[in-house]
Write a protein that binds this ligand. Structure first.
Ligand code: GRF
Length: 214
C-alpha cells in the first residue's frame, strides 16, 4: 500500500521564536531514523533565537526572516516571504515549535491542513499565553500538552495527541512548565513520526491513528 512517505521523505519546515527544545527533540528523533522525514528548513522571527543556533549546530538550513510591522502576526509582505521560503525548500509540513505569532489567511491557505503546533495545556482548557501558569492559578490538578493542527482560531484546531502531567502540591510556574516541557519533548517527535508514516487521519475536528508509544 502506498503511503505518503513511500516515494520520498517528508520535508518539515520548523518555525520558532525561542530556545528550540521542541525543535531539538524532533530533529534528533528524525536523525536517529525514527521516521522517513527530515527538517528541511528552520525559520525564526527573532534574530538571536536559540532555535537558529541549534539548527546551525546540526547543519540544518535556517534563517531569520523579518516578521514585518506587527507584534503578534506577520504582515502581508512578510507572510509572502515566509511562504516563499518554505515553498522553495519544498516543505510538506509546517511544524510550529514555540512560534510566538499567529498564522492566518494566506499562510494557512498555502499549507492547508499541514500546519502543526504544540500547546502547553490540555486543550480546550487554557488556550493562549503561559498556559501552564493559567492551569496553576486556576487550581487544576492535571496539566499537560496538546499537539494540534492549526486553524484560523487561537489553539482551536483539530487535536492530534495529548499528554497529561500532574500538578503537584508546591508546584510553581517554573516547575510545572518544566514538567510539561519534558512531556512535550516526548510527544511532539512521536506525533511528527506518526504523521510521516501516514498513520494519522483527520475528519473535520476528529482525528485518529496516533498511538502513544508506537
Ligand atoms: C513550548 O512550551 C510550547 O508549548 C510553546 O512554546 C514553547 C516552546 O519551547 N508553544 P521551545 O522553544 O521549543 O523550547
Amino acid at each position: 500500500m502506498m503511503d505518503r512517505v513511500s516515494a520520498t521523505r517528508l520535508r518539515l519546515g520548523i518555525l520558532g521564536s525561542g530556545k528550540g527544545s521542541n525543535f531539538v527533540a524532533i530533529a534528533d528523533a528524525l536523525a536517529s531514523g525514527q521516521a522517513a522525514a527530515e527538517v528541511a528548513l528552520v525559520l525564526s522571527d527573532v534574530p538571536d533565537a536559540g532555535i537558529l543556533g541549534h539548527a546551525r549546530a546540526r547543519g540544518i538550513e535556517s534563517a531569520y526572516l523579518p516578521p514585518g510591522r506587527f507584534r503578534t502576526k506577520l504582515d502581508e509582505e512578510a507572510e509572502a516571504a515566509w511562504i516563499g521560503a518554505l515553498r522553495s525548500a519544498r516543505v510538506d509540513l509546517v511544524v510550529l515549535a514555540g512560534f510566538m505569532r499567529i498564522l492566518k489567511g494566506e499562510f494557512l491557505r498555502a499549507f492547508d491542513g499541514r500546519v502543526m503546533n504544540i500547546h502547553p495545556s490540555l486543550l480546550p482548557a487554557f488556550p493562549g499565553l503561559e498556559a501552564w501558569r493559567q492551569a496553576l492559578e486556576y487550581g487544576a490538578k492535571v496539566a499537560g500538552c496538546t499537539v494540534h493542527l492549526v486553524d484560523q482560531g487561537i489553539d482551536t484546531g483539530p487535536i492530534l495527541a495529548q499528554r497529561a502531567v500532574p500538578v503537584l502540591d508546591g508546584d510553581n510556574a517554573a516547575s510545572l512548565h518544566q514538567r510539561i516541557q519534558a512531556a512535550e519533548r516526548e510527544l511532539y517527535p512521536a506525533v511528527v513520526a506518526a504523521w510521516a508514516r501516514g498513520d494519522i487521519r483527520v475528519r473535520g475536528r476528529v482525528t485518529s491513528g496516533f498511538r502513544a508509544g508506537a
